[in-house]
Design a protein around this ligand. Structure first.
Ligand code: FAD
Length: 368
């Protein structure tokens, strides 16, 4: 790590897909990475959350529909090989940042973003890292959700003597051979993990609502199309009937295979854990050796706490021309955390659209 520039026009926090897409548009507008803007990332290696996901993870859309702006993800998908695996995405993101010379600075963990002592709202924000600080006229936060796994609280959780882990710690099914495993969570992660673990050992799938499966020939492209229609409907002032969110399960081959084996049956959530397993309110008990909590994530926003931004529905209040600007701190934009920070901006194909909008507003701010 060489030291960072002392001041820049734009600091992008996070060098995953959302940060890279933002860097792409900044670069295209003539700003130079390392001089006019900087992308900071806490991790040692490229790829955002992807290198930390489990070995057998598959995208839920083909490569043609999983691309960032400018350069398509190289093809992978065909009838026999299925959708791209994790490492295909990691390689793509690594090559993407090289291709556009985005010079992501690693490992730089941003610890806080602060207003200057006698803050002039037209002055810069101070981005603090463990090494040195950067003054930035505009900050784009793109730190994702992977570093903030969500574990729901259940009574007895600390009495269970088996193994408990979250999606972020899960690596491969073989680690569970011969054990009885409860997989908790009815989204795509839960379904994919259940599918591969149930192929090697005895499993039970537990969800707090009935899982919603997409039709076999429908994939992530449909989810993105639905998000796009919703953007349009919001613009037109009408609402779009709730077509599935990213929670709807895409029937990738491993999930279909689990269904063929009869393993894809979800049971309602238990009400508590016991030393040897899980128990329901009606007194039913099930012994399990391990519980994998595929219960999702929360936005990783600890570095923004110092700005004391107001919230609505548990999220920072955003607005501005692209709906990504913090209402309480216009020098700050958020991208990639979920639909509330740009519709579909937490997908590979959707990050680009929000990044383009964010960059347009940021350039206007810099001209002011
Ligand atoms: P991340 O990829 O998480 O990148 C954020 C970066 O910020 C990281 O590199 C991190 O090191 C860094 N960072 C965090 N905090 C700090 C800090 N304080 N200072 C500096 N750096 C920091 N999307 C699809 O399009 N298709 C799919 O098939 C698909 N499958 C998915 C499967 C799973 C299991 C999951 C969890 C997600 C999936 N997604 C999929 C959704 C989406 O693409 C990812 O969540 C994506 O990783 C979000 O990108 P991001 O750039 O916003 O965040």
């Amino acid at each position: 790590t060489t030291s960072l520039p002392g001041d820049v026009a734009v600091a992008v926090i996070g060098g995953g897909q959302a940060g890279l897409a933002t860097g792409y548009y900044l670069q295209r507008a003539g700003l130079v990475s390392g001089e006019d803007f900087v992308i900071l990332d806490a991790a040692e290696q490229p790829g955002g959350a992807w290198p930390r996901m489990w070995d057998g993870l598959r995208l839920f859309s083909p490569a043609t529909h999983s691309s960032l702006p400018g350069w398509m993800m190289p093809p992978w998908d065909d009838a026999t090989r299925g959708f791209p695996p994790r490492d295909h995405v990691v390689n793509y993101l690594k090559r993407y940042e090289e291709r556009y010379d985005l010079r992501v600075r690693r490992p730089y963990q941003v610890t806080s973003v602060d207003r200057a002592a006698n803050d002039d709202p037209t002055g810069p924000l101070v981005v603090r890292t463990k090494q040195n600080n950067v003054a930035a006229r505009v900050v784009v936060s793109a730190t994702g959700t992977w570093t903030r796994p969500f574990w729901p609280h259940y009574a007895g959780a600390d009495t269970f003597t088996g193994q408990q882990l979250h999606t972020v710690q899960y690596r491969r099914p073989e680690d569970f051979t011969g054990r009885r495993v409860a997989v908790v969570g009815g989204g795509n992660s839960g379904a994919q993990v259940l599918a591969e673990v149930s192929a090697v050992t005895d499993t039970v799938w537990l969800t707090n609502r009935t899982p919603r499966f997409l039709l076999d020939d429908v994939d992530g492209r449909a989810l993105f199309a639905a998000a796009t229609q919703r953007v349009q409907a919001l613009r037109d002032g009408t609402d779009h009937p709730g077509v599935g969110g990213l929670g709807d399960i895409v029937m990738i081959p491993s999930v279909r295979a689990a269904r063929e084996r009869g393993d894809l049956h979800a049971r309602p959530m238990f009400s508590r854990l016991t030393p040897t397993g899980v128990a329901w309110a009606d007194g039913t008990h099930l012994d399990v050796d391990a519980i994998i909590w595929c219960t999702g994530f929360r936005p990783a926003l600890g570095h923004l706490r110092s700005l004391r931004l107001g919230t609505t529905d548990g999220h920072y209040r955003l607005g501005g021309p692209a709906d990504t600007q913090a209402l309480d701190e216009p020098r700050l934009h958020l991208i990639g955390y979920g639909d509330w920070a740009g519709p579909a901006s937490a997908t590979l194909i959707g990050a680009g659209r929000t990044a383009r909008e964010v960059t347009r507003v940021v350039l206007d701010q810099l001209r002011e």
